[in-house]
Design a protein around this ligand. Sequence first.
Ligand code: SF4
Length: 235
Amino acid sequence: MEVYKKFLAEANKKYSDADVETILKWTKQTFGESFAFMTAFGYSGIAILHHALKIMPDMKVYFVDTGFHFPETLEFCKYITDKWNLNLEVIKPDITKGQLIKKIGENPYDVNADLCCHYLKVEPLLRVLHNHSAWLSGIRRDQSITRGGVEVIDIDGRGCIKICPMAKWTKGQTWDYIKKNNLPYSPLHDKGYPSIGCAPCTKPVQAGGDERDGRWPDMQKLECGIHLFDDDKED
Ligand code: SF4
């Protein structure tokens, strides 16, 4: 762990103020093919994907099909995959919907959302990360209080290096990048969904609300678990 800490401290010293493309070039040089990029195709994911494809056009992109996505998300996933010729791999949970209901109950997202997220999101991520030494994410510090401490280069609770080149970007900067580059984005954003997750757990947000206010709006839950770093530091 000490070796990791030293590596992280040195890498952050060098790259925490670097621009996104410099961080992505370092990612490519340092990890080669052994990092994973996973996205649900929200607007931050689109911005980081656009940056990354300039440097790594064949980069593998993972999308977890939980079985509960909005139809718009699945359509947008197909659209952007065709348009940008993505090297996409769709990951399915090991568990079927029937098994999930048997384990947790009818409407598992209402009965035990943490467990539902574990089976449908975290387990597939762990399976992907098992074969990778690092992963790349488009998360930003300003998305919610739970993400305020995200480092540009970090290590998660599983011992996997996590690179967040847009950690310091704001919502406004990200949208400016999308508009300036005329990038496509999910139609759900224009319907009031600033953050997009599974349909049963995602609601529109009133103007002025926090980006993740619409995620599990009736629960004390802001994260599905894939961005957990360790016991005392959760993003
Ligand atoms: S976001 Fe909701 S439906 Fe999706 S995995 Fe988590 S609890 Fe289940």
